[in-house]
Design a protein around this ligand. Structure first.
Ligand code: KG4
Ligand code: ZN
Length: 333
């Protein structure tokens, strides 16, 4: 096998078009075009996302090669997010990757988006040791994953309804914040009092999560208030909601750590950018003797660097895909 492994990774599962180049497990470039078009609709509009991916993909890939300082002929493989995600968005990345690879006569690698969020921990130091537990929290998923090796993972807990990112975005919307509300709510929460208001913390069995009760609790609470209540209490409301979501996540994470007797603890996915969660993991980790791993901001939300690094590990395992592989909107690992 060649000592020089160059991989182009492409991510297009939702509303970010991203391309990255990885050389022997090191990221040389990671270029992302985020789609602003969805803000005015208050959520991602799938058809608009697919069209924006089509417009963005060539310039984004081109920029990734320029930043990395290599030409496409150098590539060992072309990787893309196979799923889970929006089918139209996935199709753009998959079709581009296949055509590009076919023209260059290179193999393709089909990568799992949620596995990639976890393996983003292997881009920079410090890297977690196996086995570790990863709390994967994004706009579409909330999972506790037992990571036994790079490509050997088991979901040990999951949400029975909404994802944590959805809980952030939907409650933020109730407060009149723009989409995506998670980062905006986080920013406002930093000036607020987390104990100002109390919201329901749903409790579910085993290592699972439930966030739909919180949504209802916030909605009913707001309906009872005067018209200017939200405006006057915005940062306290944000801090209290954030506190509630973080507490619910931490409770199950602590339980998982005890149950599996594992103190290597990581977080991944878009919500791992949340300041409250980052703080809480660091603090609880120090109290309970955990080694905690929090990815750099740029590798928390959707990016192609995580696809390229995951594909590098797949490459080492000869895990290539056939050219007739199709994207999957839902895909359990
Ligand atoms: O992983 P990601 O970029 O895309 C998906 O695969 O879903 O996650 C996006 C989610 C959105 O719900 C967004 O509001 C949330 O991550 N998010 C945050 C923060 N940054 C992103 N939620 C809370 N606080 C943040 N700072
Ligand atoms: Zn994601």
């Amino acid at each position: 096998m060649s000592k020089d492994i160059y991989i182009l990774g492409i991510e297009s599962s939702c509303d970010d078009t991203s391309a990255a180049i990885c050389y022997n497990g090191k990221i040389l470039s990671n270029i992302t075009a985020s789609q602003k078009i969805h803000e005015e609709w208050g959520g991602v509009v799938p058809e608009l996302a697919s069209r924006a991916h089509q417009e963005n993909i060539v310039p984004v890939v081109d920029a990734a090669f320029k930043r990395a300082g290599i030409t496409p002929e150098k590539l060992s493989a072309v990787a893309f997010t196979r799923g889970p995600g929006l089918i139209g968005s996935l199709l753009v990345g998959a079709s581009f990757a296949k055509s590009f690879a076919m023209a260059l006569e290179k193999p393709i690698i089909a990568t799992h988006h949620m596995v990639a969020h976890i393996l983003a921990h292997f881009i920079d130091e410090p890297k977690p040791a196996f086995p570790f537990i990863c709390l994967t929290v994004s706009g579409g998923h909330t999972q506790l994953v037992l990571v036994k090796n790079y490509l050997d993972m088991e979901i040990i807990g999951t949400t029975v309804d909404d994802a944590a990112g959805e809980a952030f975005d939907k409650t933020a919307k109730m407060l009149g914040l723009a989409y995506p509300g998670g980062p905006l709510l986080d920013k406002l929460a930093q000036q607020g009092n987390a104990q100002a208001f109390t919201f329901a913390q749903s409790s579910v069995g085993e290592l699972n999560f439930s966030f739909s009760g919180l949504k209802t609790s916030v909605l009913y609470f707001l309906q009872k208030q005067a018209p200017d209540f939200v405006e006057k209490n915005l940062s306290d409301l944000c801090a209290s909601i954030q506190y509630t979501i973080v507490q619910m996540l931490m409770k199950q994470l602590i339980k998982a750590s005890e149950q599996y007797n594992i103190r290597e603890i990581a977080i991944a996915g878009g919500v791992s950018a949340n300041s409250g969660l980052r703080q809480s993991i660091a603090q609880t980790g120090a109290e309970l003797g955990w080694n905690t791993y929090i990815p750099a901001f740029q590798y928390c939300t959707d990016n192609a660097a995580m696809i390229a690094i995951t594909a590098y590990f797949q490459f080492l395992e000869n895990d290539f895909a056939a050219f007739d592989v199709s994207p999957l909107a839902r895909w359990q690992f």
